[in-house]
Write a protein that binds this ligand. Structure first.
Ligand SMILES: Nc1ncnc2c1ncn2[C@@H]1O[C@H](COP(=O)(O)OP(=O)(O)OP(=O)(O)O)[C@@H](O)[C@H]1O
Length: 304
């Protein structure tokens, strides 16, 4: 069986922990991402995302647990890095090399590059590769790292908050590149706190809080599990609808006018629909929560 066989997860962590003094940056983290998945790794500042990624890359040694890149232990960096490309949050380049020279150097480290696609990406990201890296802005340095990673045919792309310096046009290009990578069957592990980006690109997400995974779920499941906002417009005022407040999953029932009822609903809408019974409903709106609302549900005002 080859290292990147479809039955082997693209990345796997089992019981991974890392302490810095008294800070438990990552605690007993277990997670597997199958090949071909675009996985969003979410958490606020300090939740432990970068620490996890540094352990995956063999840059940090875990206190407990093991990580694998396909079937190669992350600590075996020379073999593991043949299967992955990485974009750090903070891209440092060699200041006296041009962008193109940096790209050539990076291409020599990874598992091989598609030069035609790389040239196409330079155009799409509007990056002038003939300038010296010291003259690049933060966003341009990030573009060099993104072009280098997307142009590889590495089966796994590990991206640590890769778009913090990009403007909206470039963010659009980034999302297109993720979709192209997924179509080619590459696996993407995307750490982010840009929830719209994760919502647009990822099929499954893991939510990290104080170093622990508090949720791992598909986006659709996550929406289903969280409260939807329901608005009921009536053709005429009705009596007896206050009983909706007692149904399981219903919270925060309020009348915003004599003919408009609003509530939050967790779970299936059947009981609410039945309870509306003979009321003369003119319009019913069920709005699923955005990833941002789900995220706020997990965190509220609590620390990371
Ligand atoms: N080298 C280190 N020494 C001491 N503490 C550290 C070190 N690296 C990380 N930490 C601490 O570990 C915790 C997790 O940090 P980490 O950088 O992994 O979080 P993060 O989720 O990537 O945050 P951000 O979104 O801000 O990048 C934080 O409390 C941080 O202060």
């Amino acid at each position: 069986m080859s290292a990147t066989s479809p039955s082997v997860p693209a990345l796997r962590m089992e019981g991974l922990s890392k302490r810095f003094g008294t800070t438990e940056a990552v605690a007993d983290l277990s997670l597997a991402v199958p090949p071909g998945e675009v996985f969003g790794f979410l958490g606020p500042n300090g939740a432990g995302k970068s620490t996890t990624i540094r352990m995956l890359l063999g840059l940090l040694r875990p206190n407990t647990g093991t990580a694998w890149i396909f079937d190669v232990p992350a600590s075996d960096v020379q073999r593991a890095h043949r299967h992955l490309a990485y974009v750090p949050a903070d891209v440092a380049l060699w200041p006296s090399l041009t962008g193109r020279e940096c790209l050539d150097l990076l291409a020599g480290v990874g598992p091989g590059t598609d030069p035609a696609y790389r040239d196409e990406l330079l155009e799409r990201f509007a990056l002038d590769p003939d300038r010296r890296a010291r003259t690049y802005s933060t966003g341009n340095r990030q573009k060099v790292a993104l072009v280098a990673a997307f142009a590889t045919r590495a089966p796994l792309l590990v991206l640590d908050e890769p778009t913090s310096g990009l403007d909206p046009l470039m963010e659009r290009e980034f999302r297109a590149c993720i979709a192209e990578a997924a179509r080619r069957g590459q696996t993407v592990f995307l750490s982010s706190h840009q929830l719209a980006e994760v919502e647009a690109t990822c099929s499954r997400v893991g939510i990290l809080r104080s170093g622990r995974l508090v949720e791992v779920a598909g986006l659709a499941d996550l929406r289903r599990l969280h409260r939807a906002e329901v608005v009921v417009d009536l053709a005429a005022p009705a009596t007896g609808l206050q009983r909706l407040a007692d149904l399981p999953g219903v919270a925060d029932l309020r009348w915003s006018s004599p003919v408009r009822l609003e509530l939050s609903l967790t779970g299936p809408p059947g009981p609410v629909l039945r309870a509306l019974g003979d009321a003369d409903v003119a319009r019913l709106e069920v709005r699923e929560p955005s990833l941002e609302e789900i995220f706020l549900d997990y965190y509220g005002q609590a620390p990371a």
